[in-house]
Design a protein around this ligand. Structure first.
Ligand code: ZN
Length: 111
């Protein structure tokens, strides 16, 4: 796997061939970028893919909340409403677990 480049000013990471004259995030010149080790580059790629999965889970949980709210509005019977309320609770928990994990990744520079 090719090594990634990291801006020494703001921490923006990119592939070597995608790097222009300046950092797209902070504008620092190309010379400010350092080449990361193969191990660090692999870790960043894996973290990037994992963070995308967490964001997909968060989006799916939000879709579940929307569906469950529709079901609650239809109000067919108490059993149904109870099932939809439980779905909202479960979706909330799923969402918060993934958000907490993302926050841990950010604090450990795993992104
Ligand atoms: Zn930068």
């Amino acid at each position: 796997m090719e090594r990634l480049m990291k801006c020494g000013v703001c921490g923006y990471t990119t592939q070597k061939e995608a790097l222009g004259e300046n950092c797209p995030k902070c504008g620092a010149p190309r010379e400010k970028f350092i080449e990361l080790s193969e191990e660090t580059s692999d870790k960043i790629r894996k973290a990037d893919a994992t963070n995308d999965l967490h964001m997909d889970i968060i989006n799916l949980a939000m879709a579940i909340e929307e569906l469950a709210n529709e079901g609650i509005e239809l109000d067919l019977d108490p059993g149904c409403v109870d099932a939809f309320e439980k779905a909202i609770q479960a979706a909330w928990e799923m969402k918060q677990i993934s958000k907490a994990e993302l926050a841990i990744h950010m604090n450990k520079n795993k992104w």
